[in-house]
Ligand binder design. Structure first.
Ligand SMILES: *Cc1c(COP(=O)(O)O)cnc(C)c1O
Length: 423
């Protein structure tokens, strides 16, 4: 029996799942630590890894990640506050929003929080502000867009020619202007790109990172000394949602980078990474109860409680974000018999609110559970307020003295909280 099945059965035995349950999430905290160990082991010591907090900002999850020794990538004052409250040392935090306010920039300079600039206007702002913080030790980088083109999913392709992110270095004259900025501002000691995300081939990502390194080398050569000391290569390693297999692994990605951009591995530069999905996705899953079933136009429909309020990306972009589901009996046995074409639906009042559409799975009945896999990133902390549905409870799972321990790490939102959030 695999780990998720064990967790589900234990949750039923502990009555965390019952005929009253709507949906609950589980985060495998041991799995999370293992993923981070794999990440650290895949790269040499000049790499400094961070976790992209937007992928899962539950405080207990962040606490576990900070204990594992890596840093945090944040993109808003809220994420910065979450990361600090979860124990990340300020020296391991990097602030990456494309819309930093004057106050955000002041905070970064004042507390020496590393940050990446997105555009020329922000650069000019910082050039003025920095006069007020002469002793700031914030490592400041400029985010470039290498304009390598789109992967398979346009909404997560960050390096297209017209992307909203970073400084487009392929546009007429921009590469030379960028070099000029670095020569003018000696406090620009880092350079950043986030070249990929789900759907991007690894070679395309490596090509974008190769561009980043080439620009950094050119700037340092023109300067006649190593002004740029840090390369921030972003995150964006895709995740396999089709099966339990981890593919690609961090080690496979490191091999592709080693082949295509060997300079990253020489120790000449400190290299920052910012992985989100690849660290967290496969360490979370959800269980939701089937409330009703029906037949419509020959299709078996199972209505559950996990829909667009949790599975927002999957509901709105089902082709880009398909998700794996399995059915279990109310006692927790995996269902294997009588496969039928099924839509697994959510509770929201709009037609596209489906978790899985037209999948061939064993026939679901009321009070069965549906396990929804690989939901550890971009689901549990990315709630979408629809139909005033509350945030679901999330449990953290770890093995203690050989036994599975399941503890609440985020309680379900109460109805009075739902009311106060709308008042
Ligand atoms: C979202 C984001 C990441 C993490 O992306 P994943 O695809 O989850 O690895 C890293 N860096 C920046 C700047 C981001 O916006």
């Amino acid at each position: 029996m695999n780990r998720e099945h064990q967790i589900l059965q234990r949750a039923i035995r502990n009555r965390l799942l019952s005929s009253e349950t709507t949906a609950v999430g589980f985060m495998d905290l041991d799995g999370l630590a293992k993923s981070i160990d794999d990440l650290i082991a895949a790269f040499p010591d000049n790499f400094q890894h961070t976790f992209a907090v937007k992928a899962n900002s539950l405080r207990h999850v962040l606490m576990k990640i900070s204990h594992c020794g890596i840093g945090a990538e944040v993109a808003s004052p809220g994420e910065l506050t979450m990361a600090q409250s979860a124990g990340f040392d300020i020296s391991k935090i990097i602030f990456d929003s494309p819309a930093k306010t004057l106050d955000d920039l002041r905070q970064c300079l004042k507390h020496s929080i590393a940050f990446n600039l997105d555009n020329e206007q922000e650069l000019e702002r910082v050039a003025e502000l920095i006069e007020d913080y002469p002793s700031s030790e914030a490592v400041i980088g400029f985010r470039i867009n290498p304009q390598i083109g789109s992967g398979a999913i346009s909404s997560t392709s960050t390096a297209t020619s017209t992307s909203k992110f970073g400084y487009p270095i392929g546009d007429e004259g921009n590469r030379e202007r960028l070099i000029g900025y670095y020569l003018k501002y000696p406090w620009l000691t880092s350079i950043h790109t986030h070249a990929g995300s789900q759907g991007c081939p690894l070679e395309l990502m490596a090509q974008g990172i190769g561009e980043l390194v080439a620009v950094a080398e050119e700037i340092n050569a023109r300067k006649g000394e190593q002004q740029i000391i840090r390369l921030d290569i972003g995150g964006g390693l895709p995740v396999n949602f089709a099966s339990p297999e981890v593919k690609p692994t961090f080690a496979e990605y490191a091999d592709i980078l080693r082949r295509n951009v060997p300079l990253l591995f020489t120790g000449k530069y400190t290299v920052k990474t910012e992985f989100g999905r690849a660290i967290a996705a496969k360490n979370g899953f959800m269980a939701t109860r089937v409330e009703y079933t029906k037949l419509a136009g020959g299709r078996h429909i199972a209505t559950t409680h996990a829909g667009a309020q949790i599975m927002t990306r999957t509901a709105f972009l089902p082709a880009a974000w398909p998700i794996r589901v399995e059915g279990f009996t109310p006692e927790g046995a995996l269902k294997t018999e009588e496969k039928v074409q099924t839509d697994v639906a959510g509770p929201c009042c709009f037609a596209a609110d489906l978790v899985a559409k037209d999948v061939l799975i064993p026939k679901l009945e009321p009070n069965d559970y549906v396990a929804i896999y690989d939901t550890g990133a971009y689901y549990f902390s990315n709630h979408f307020d629809y139909n005033s549905l509350p945030r679901i409870a999330v449990y953290g799972v770890s093995t203690k003295s050989g036994e599975l321990s399941i503890e609440l790490i985020r309680r379900a939102e109460t109805l009075s909280e739902v009311v106060s959030n709308m008042s």
